[in-house]
Design a protein around this ligand. Sequence first.
Ligand SMILES: [Zn+2]
Ligand SMILES: [Zn+2]
Length: 117
Amino acid sequence: MKATNGAGGPCRFCGRLPRSGAPRVPGPAGPICLDCVRAGLRVVGDGEERTNEAGERLDAVSDLQAPVCEFCGRRERRTFLGFRRPLVRLRCAPRDAVICVDCLDSAGDALNLALRS
Ligand SMILES: [Zn+2]
Ligand SMILES: [Zn+2]
């Protein structure tokens, strides 16, 4: 994953357009912004709901019926022995936006890199 700024329209998880120069991480359905990555990492970290900058609910889902991560298409992890384990995902239900914990981590790394340079 690599951070960019303008491309891709509003953030999938809060609907805001980027401030000039603010890095975001592009995804197949649209980008995710820094505020949503930060809030999302807290949500998947402790399972507590948060709200995005638009006041909408961000929550964590892990069941296999819930939608796949729109960034990587997964909803489960396969272990070495072939067991399947649910993959925790961040969801913004009003926007049908979903990203898994692995993609959130990668997005956080990409944004840190972009902010440091
Ligand atoms: Zn956002
Ligand atoms: Zn993912």
